[in-house]
Design a protein around this ligand. Sequence first.
Ligand SMILES: Cc1cc2nc3c(=O)[nH]c(=O)nc-3n(C[C@H](O)[C@H](O)[C@H](O)COP(=O)(O)O)c2cc1C
Length: 207
Amino acid sequence: MLIILKKRLKMVYELNNLDKLSIYKLMSNLVVPRPIAWVSTISKDKIVNVAPFSYFIPLSSNPPTMLISIGHKKDGSPKDTLKNLRETKICSIAIANTNLTKDMHNTSQPLEFNNNEFKAFNIDTKEIDPNYPPIAKGVKVAFLGKYYKEVDLEGSLTIPVVIKVDKVYVDDELIEDKDKIRLKFSDPIARVGAKYYALGKELNIDE
Ligand SMILES: Cc1cc2nc3c(=O)[nH]c(=O)nc-3n(C[C@H](O)[C@H](O)[C@H](O)COP(=O)(O)O)c2cc1C
């Protein structure tokens, strides 16, 4: 009897030997699902900017901080979100629900500085607080905060920016109990590689 033993491959990628795109593919397909920060900022001239970022994580609840890694444009200048954060500090980080996927995606297009993507892509906005930039109408969750500090990755063109969160907006629709902070599922968009997903089913460990 012929027994064919299939040799298991132990695939280990040595990142020192890989180009940037390959490393991005490994990271973005394997650290999943990533939440998307739909970040509104404001320029020195008071023009609103909005763009999505999925290298985005909560850092700590105490102090309430989040981290967004923001890159540079092809011409080497900081992306508008980074420029605005450095200059005016304030931002609103919306967690877009799945029905806003197309609008959110559209705002990733690189427009000239001081072009308001909400206006360019006909996205209606709402103001949560006059001291922070507006977010898209229909968004049910947003974190309003300020530029806190940058993490130095020694010459990297990707700049992790720590945001200190001052306020959290939760749409009434999601509130089950305001005081006990019992909230309904917000149906956020998840990023897996370059694709978008809705989150799947809950895993109940008590069953
Ligand atoms: C879902 C999604 C996630 C993204 N995540 C990031 C990210 O984490 N960091 C980044 O620098 N760019 C990211 N981008 C690209 C930016 O959104 C894009 O460069 C945008 O034009 C930046 O806009 P700004 O120059 O107005 O800041 C992402 C794009 C999409 C569609």
